[in-house]
Design a protein around this ligand. Structure first.
Ligand code: CS2
Length: 489
């Protein structure tokens, strides 16, 4: 079978790829970026070939190894109940492995043609304290970068070095564009990068504050991890081999704060929304889509559902998620209620997409980094307003049940989380004593902060739900809470 390459393209790309020059360095060249921003840029290149993407993997060389033999071309398979559309994307010109090609990466970051460094490094890639959004100076990567400022391993470290090099060379300042699911992701990135710079050089920190732009963005597209079955399906449909195609849904959204330091592509011509204030969009998406995803991931997994579309097909889970969005999240959002209701209904149908094999286990990863912006912020607002939190609290209790690492059948759960070992130690000490487990996990201030654990109503509600999960299991507990009943003691 022929491998996908520039020479074996099934059809010409809608632009001359040899005329495309690099304009963006993207850190964290994972599946989400390749289904989202890289597609927007691919749509732009026919009109403006100056925005080719140089991708970089900060953790593993596998994406580079898979795509370099394909001239970094790959397939995006857009799937829903009506079928699949395959499209070859050419916007990524090269992929570097930061571990072995650090000098090349740094050279690109200092290159005057590069004006944007964008990021999808996941929540944990910011080396911050999720509860406060501040740089965590004790993070191992930050400790490394402070000791080795010329050979950083973290995304913030690379950006600080790039900025100091560009300043020294008199090259225009960069725009740092976070595309991660963080609250006020632009402001958060600015806070972290500036704080790190200040630990090296106060002048550099001041230069960054004055000159580097950090637009916030709301990013949205559901992208399950690619499986061998997906590779086989693309091979059968296209007649070529693609080592790492990307599966996704028809829906895509990108809302971008229009604040750039040295020019930008006309993202709006590719369907992105350029706005002055992204925060209402971010809050809506994080609290409704991602809050529902995390709640469904833990309850779905514990209920034995491997995929999101299976979990949402369960009438009790559907009722719970519909209620979580309508009764608990939407009242906290500063947007028109009709707009939010339409968004909710669209989300429910996106979750139900039968053609997307989106694993609950995949979404369950990194809960300690995700809960603050997905559930805890909404909970704080509800409690401040004296409003109940039954469904949101069940999402938190389900995470606590999940990080015990043992499912309802007594099988081990592969919990992937930077704090997995710490949570497990707390869970092992608490056993099935819900009160002790809640106390132990709420003491992790990086996740829960200070105020929320001190709120008795929060603590009691979560403890009650966790006790019910231990005693009755996820399905019965969801059924009770979704229909407004307290699970029997
Ligand atoms: C998901 C997100 O894995 C997860 O945490 O909730 O990746 C989600 O699919 C995207 O944010 C959708 O835009």
């Amino acid at each position: 079978m022929t491998r996908l390459t520039a020479a074996t393209l099934p059809a010409p790309l809608p632009y001359d790829r040899t005329a495309v020059t690099p304009g963006i360095v993207h850190l964290g060249i994972g599946a989400f970026h390749r289904a989202h921003m890289a597609v927007y840029v691919d749509d732009l290149l026919p009109r403006d070939p100056r925005w080719g993407i140089i991708g970089a993997s900060l953790r593993r060389p596998d994406t580079r190894d898979a795509l370099a033999p394909q001239d970094c071309l790959y397939t995006v398979a857009i799937r829903d109940a009506s079928g699949t559309t395959n499209r070859v994307i050419g916007s990524i010109l090269d992929i570097l492995d930061a571990g072995t090609q650090r000098d090349e990466l740094i050279a690109y970051l200092a290159d005057p043609r590069i004006r944007i460094v964008s990021l999808t490094v996941t929540e944990k890639g910011y080396c911050h304290d999720p509860a406060t959004g501040r740089l965590d100076p004790s993070h191992p990567d930050i400790v490394h970068d402070l000791a080795n400022p010329k050979a950083p391993v973290s995304a913030p470290g690379l950006i600080v070095l790039a900025t100091s090099l560009r300043r020294a060379l008199g090259v225009e300042p960069l725009t740092v564009m976070s595309c991660d699911n963080l609250p006020s992701n632009g402001k958060t990135a600015r806070r972290i990068v500036t704080a790190l710079a200040a630990l090296h050089d106060a002048d550099l920190a001041a230069y960054i504050e004055r000159n580097v732009a950090f637009p916030s963005t709301m990013v949205d597209r559901i992208v399950p991890a690619t499986t061998d079955a997906d590779r086989e399906a693309v091979r059968a449909a296209t007649g070529y081999d693609d080592a790492w195609p990307i599966m996704t849904e028809p829906f895509t959204q990108w809302v971008i704060e229009d604040s750039f330091a040295s020019g930008r592509p006309a993202f709006e011509l590719a369907g992105a929304q350029m706005v002055d204030d992204v925060e209402p969009f971010e809050l809506m998406k994080l609290r409704m889509l991602n809050g529902s995803h995390s709640t469904m991931a833990y309850l779905g997994y514990l209920s034995g559902y491997q995929y999101v579309n299976e979990a949402i097909a369960d009438p009790a889970i559907h009722r719970l998620i519909h209620g979580l969005m309508t009764e608990e999240a939407m009242p906290t959002l500063p947007m028109d209620k009709a707009v939010l209701a339409a968004y909710r209904d669209q989300l429910l149908s996106r979750f139900a997409n039968p053609a997307l094999r989106h694993r609950t286990w995949q979404i369950a990863m990194d809960g300690s980094q995700k809960l603050p912006q997905r559930l805890l912020g909404t909970i704080s607002d509800r409690l401040t307003a004296g409003q109940p939190i039954p469904r949101l609290a069940l999402g938190v209790a389900a995470w606590m049940r999940y990080v015990t690492g043992i499912d309802e059948q007594g099988n081990a759960i592969e919990v992937r989380d930077p704090l997995a070992a710490r949570c497990r130690a707390i869970a092992d000490a608490a056993g099935r004593d819900a009160g002790r487990l809640v106390d132990g996990l709420l003491a992790i201030t990086e996740i829960f902060g200070i105020a929320l654990p001190a709120n008795d109503s929060f603590r009691l509600t979560v403890t009650g739900h966790l006790a019910a999960l231990f005693k009755h299991g996820a399905r019965a507990t969801v059924a009770a809470i979704a229909s407004g009943r307290a699970p029997s003691a």
